[in-house]
Every structure is written in structure tokens, then in C-alpha cells.
Design a binder for this molecule. Structure first.
Ligand SMILES: Cc1cc2nc3c(=O)[nH]c(=O)nc-3n(C[C@H](O)[C@H](O)[C@H](O)COP(=O)(O)OP(=O)(O)OC[C@H]3O[C@@H](n4cnc5c(N)ncnc54)[C@H](O)[C@@H]3O)c2cc1C
Length: 457
């Protein structure tokens, strides 16, 4: 059995690591890692957006330990919210004490009203409803709905609820009431402790897997013929495959394939955000202790902010700060400004928020455009994805019970073995899911186990 892997991000790397044997990865970049790649620029290590491991999966924990030779940090996470000049601990709904008046009272009374009048039969039609029903309209519209327009780049009413799962914290009445008066004794954030490599940035969690992987760099897919099982690359080389594991963004795979117009049109219905990372170095120490900060003000570009030296002190030189700001775009919120305009505005925002003392303290800035950031779970997504998967079935894709679900329940998934076909999708964008790094690792393990099962028959 020979396996061709398209894309050398963590999902491709994990598949390779678990298969061990006869495989080859084709990657468009000169390096492996994809979204977990870490770069050394201006004296700092920068990840592609803040990456920490908060997995509960023992297998992934120990694999990451092995990759770093146990040289990783584990610390309680400290996150914050910035709202029009106020700093509110996260999650804001259980820290209303820090919300300015009269908003603070309005948030509490709306929340209590909705809890007291809650009708079990009231089904949220969309994420906007879900927020209103769970948190009360004042809080929902001021905080998560505003943040949704910045992070998910579209209105909450345009999103389904299937992806929410345990990604959103739902407080109980006692927690909200207590947090209205004073800080709660214990954080209610769904992520409590995180892990991060001591050295080298987040990519170190996969370093050994990367250094032992067989791959061809600078192999960007140009065209794929599922009928003929042939792949052509931009560099002029072609290969044929026996079994294909693709971690390429699903719309890319379909657009470059022999799919008919109708299927290509369905792939255009799949929306994803892109993120512009604005990385700013200032010649003074870190100004705030939060590991990352959510910014709710809609008149600011800054959406989420982290300081890379807080992920690991080895990420930067002593006495300086490396601030990374995420600014999101998509088809719903296209990038129309010149990037230099955004960089200047972001620098001014950082000064206003107190993360940088003054513009004259800034030593350097650089940006990175990340084309594929978050799958947007809007209303047309499921039908379009289903259409594509149905079409791919004739070319060896085996439908999985949960292949349209944003997340995977790994406990159930590993219990039931399936026979795989000659086309297997993997990864956040390959499967079009809300996957974290642990999911990408586990998918590789799952593919290996089920391919072994298929060929042992
Ligand atoms: C801003 C941000 C923050 C995140 N934070 C966290 C976090 O804190 N914790 C966590 O666990 N997860 C986090 N994630 C999620 C995590 O990054 C992803 O789940 C994971 O890295 C996805 O891996 P992948 O292999 O599926 O995709 P990718 O990493 O995108 O890999 C796909 C690979 O395919 C290659 N490729 C693309 N097109 C072609 C082509 N045409 N030809 C050949 N190769 C191609 C790409 O170069 C890439 O290497 C975050 C993601 C983002 C965007």
C-alpha cells in the first residue's frame, strides 16, 4: 500500500508519522508545519497566531512531550477582554463586576430575565439566537455578537449553532450573580491550563515527527484528476497515486480537480476567514500579564492580541515585547485597505490600550497573511459540503457518520473501525472542520489504524 499525502501541516505530518512505511508528503512550502510553523524574525519567535495546547487527550499530550524531549511549559491560562477602555477578566459574563455602569446592571437583569422566562421549546435558529437565549440580549450584543463580527467576520445570525459545542462557556445564575459583585475565586474559562514548548515556538511539539518525515518541498498542487488518479504540480512534476490522503483546503482540492461546474460551485459556498497577523516589537518589557486578549471595540482592527514572550520567555529577548495582533477578513469582510494603513492603525490601538508605551518605542513591525484561518460555519456550509462528499464517493471517499459535523468525538470514533477507500480527507481545512492541533494528530492515528484494518481483510 503506497500513500500519497497532499499538504505537510500537522494533519499530513501526523498521518506520515503513524503510517511509518510507504508514503510521501507533497508540500507547497519549502518547510513542513503549515499552521503550526514558527518563524524567527526581529529577534522573536512568532507562531501563526497564538498556539497553545489545551488537549485533554493523553495520547497527544505524550506525543508532544516526546517531540520536545519533555521540554515544555505548563501554566494556568490568563485571558482578558478589552472593551472601550475597560479591562474585564475572561469570560466577561462571569466577571460583570468589571463592566462599566449602566451596562453592568443591564447585562445582569437581561440575563436573569432570560433565565427566568426560558422556554425549553424555544429552539435557536442561529448563533445569534443562541447567544441571546443563553446570555441575555444586552450582554450578547455588546460582547460575543460584536466579537463574532470581528473574528468570524459575519453576523451571528448568519452562523449555525452546530460548531458551538463546548467552545463557548455557559455560566449558571449563581456564577453570574457572584461575578457581578466581585471576581470569582476560580476562573470559569473552558481552558484552564495550557502547554507550550520551552524552545523553538509551537512547531517544536511536532519537531521529531517533522525531522523524520519523507517529503517533497515546493510541490504545489496544480491539477488533480480523480478519475485517472494523477496529480500535476506547479513545478512541472506529475505523479499517480494508489491511496491519497489530502489535507489541502477542500475548496482548493475541488477547484483544481476534474469536478463538474456544479461541484466547483458548491466548493465556492464553503467560506473561511483569513487572518492578517500584525507583529510589533517594542523596546520595553511586556505591559500586561494576559496570555491573550479579546478586543470587542468594532472601531478597532485588533481582534485578538498576544505577546509571544508570554507563551515562552525563550520566544524573545529580555526587556522587549513582541506583540501579535490578529485582524480577520473573509468574503463577508473583504480586505480593502492597504496593509500599511492597518499596521499604522493597529500600532496606535496598541498604544491606546497600553500594550505599547508610545509609538516611539516601536522598533519594528512585520505582517503575515494567513489565507486559511477558521472555517465559517454559516448556513449553506453543510449542504455544500455534503454535495462535494457525495460526488467524491465515486472516487474512493468513504462517507463517515460524522463527516459533516464540525467536531469529532474521538472516543466513539476510535471504537468503530471502517474500511477506507482510495481517497481520505484529513485536517482542519481538508475535512472542513473546527479542528485543533490535537484533532489533527488523532486523525493521523485514526487513518493509520483504519488503513491497517482495511488491508488486513
Ligand atoms: C490563528 C489560529 C490560532 C490557532 N490556535 C490554536 C491553538 O491555540 N491550539 C490548537 O490546538 N490549534 C490552534 N489552531 C488550529 C491549528 O492551527 C490547526 O488545527 C492545525 O494546525 C491545522 O493543521 P492542518 O494540517 O489540518 O492544516 P494546515 O496546517 O493548513 O496544513 C495544510 C498544508 O497544506 C499545504 N498546502 C496548501 N495548499 C497546497 C497546495 N495547493 N499544494 C500543496 N500543498 C498545499 C499548506 O502549505 C500546509 O502546509 C489555530 C489556528 C489558527 C488559524
Amino acid at each position: 500500500m503506497s500513500v500519497t499525502i497532499l499538504g505537510g501541516g500537522l494533519a499530513g505530518i501526523s498521518t506520515a508519522y503513524h503510517l511509518k512505511g510507504d508514503y510521501l508528503i507533497y508540500e507547497k512550502n519549502a518547510y513542513l508545519g503549515g499552521h503550526i510553523h514558527s518563524e524567527h524574525i526581529d529577534g522573536f519567535i512568532w507562531d501563526e497566531g497564538p498556539h497553545v495546547s489545551f488537549t485533554s487527550q493523553a495520547y497527544v499530550k505524550s506525543l508532544f512531550e516526546f517531540n520536545t524531549d519533555n521540554e515544555y511549559l505548563e501554566y494556568p491560562v490568563h485571558t482578558g477582554n478589552y472593551f472601550r477602555g475597560s479591562w474585564i477578566p475572561h469570560p466577561a459574563q462571569t466577571n460583570l463586576f468589571a463592566v462599566p455602569q449602566p451596562l453592568r446592571d443591564a447585562c445582569l437583569s437581561d440575563f436573569l430575565n432570560i433565565q427566568n422566562s426560558f422556554d425549553e421549546k424555544l429552539q435557536p435558529r442561529n448563533y445569534g439566537d443562541w447567544l441571546n437565549f443563553s446570555l441575555g440580549e444586552t450582554f450578547a450584543s455588546t460582547f460575543p455578537a460584536a466579537y463574532t463580527r470581528k473574528y468570524w467576520t459575519t453576523d451571528a445570525s448568519n452562523l449555525a449553532t452546530s460548531w458551538v459545542g463546548d467552545r463557548m462557556f455557559l455560566p449558571n445564575i449563581d456564577q453570574v450573580k457572584a461575578g457581578y459583585l466581585a471576581p470569582l475565586p476560580e476562573s470559569t474559562h473552558y481552558i484552564k491550563k495550557v502547554r507550550y514548548p520551552e524552545r523553538g515556538g509551537y512547531v517544536s511539539f511536532a519537531q521529531k515527527m517533522i525531522s523524520t518525515a519523507n517529503f517533497q518541498a515546493n510541490y504545489e498542487l496544480e491539477a488533480i484528476d480523480f478519475e485517472q488518479k494523477t496529480i500535476k504540480f506547479v513545478n512541472g512534476n506529475s505523479v499517480s497515486y494508489e491511496i491519497l490522503v489530502s489535507s489541502l483546503p477542500l475548496p482548493t482540492l475541488i477547484q483544481k480537480s476534474n469536478a463538474p461546474a456544479e461541484i466547483k460551485a458548491a466548493s465556492e459556498q464553503l467560506n473561511c476567514s483569513s487572518v492578517l497577523l500584525v507583529n510589533v516589537v517594542a523596546n520595553h518589557v511586556t505591559q500586561r500579564a494576559e496570555n491573550w486578549i479579546y478586543v470587542y471595540d468594532e472601531d478597532k482592527y485588533s481582534t485578538r492580541i498576544n505577546c509571544t514572550e508570554l507563551l515562552s520567555p525563550n520566544n524573545g529577548p529580555e526587556g522587549k515585547t513582541g506583540v501579535q495582533v490578529e485582524v480577520y477578513f473573509s468574503k463577508y469582510l473583504p480586505l480593502t485597505e492597504d496593509i500599511s494603513v492597518i499596521v499604522s492603525a493597529v500600532c496606535a490601538e496598541l498604544v491606546e490600550m497600553g500594550l505599547i508605551k508610545s509609538l516611539s518605542n516601536i522598533e519594528s513591525t512585520h505582517t503575515k497573511w494567513v489565507e486559511w484561518a477558521n472555517v465559517i460555519f454559516d448556513h449553506q456550509r453543510e449542504e455544500a459540503q455534503n454535495k462535494i462528499f457525495n460526488w467524491l464517493e465515486q472516487y474512493g471517499l468513504v462517507r463517515e457518520e460524522d463527516d459533516l459535523a464540525p467536531m469529532t468525538n474521538w472516543e466513539t470514533k476510535f471504537k468503530n473501525k471502517v474500511n477506507l477507500g482510495s481517497l481520505i480527507l484529513t485536517g482542519r481545512f481538508g475535512q472542513w472542520k473546527y479542528y485543533w492541533t490535537d484533532d489533527c494528530v488523532l486523525r493521523g492515528k485514526w487513518i493509520h489504524e483504519n488503513l491497517s484494518h482495511t488491508f488486513s481483510d
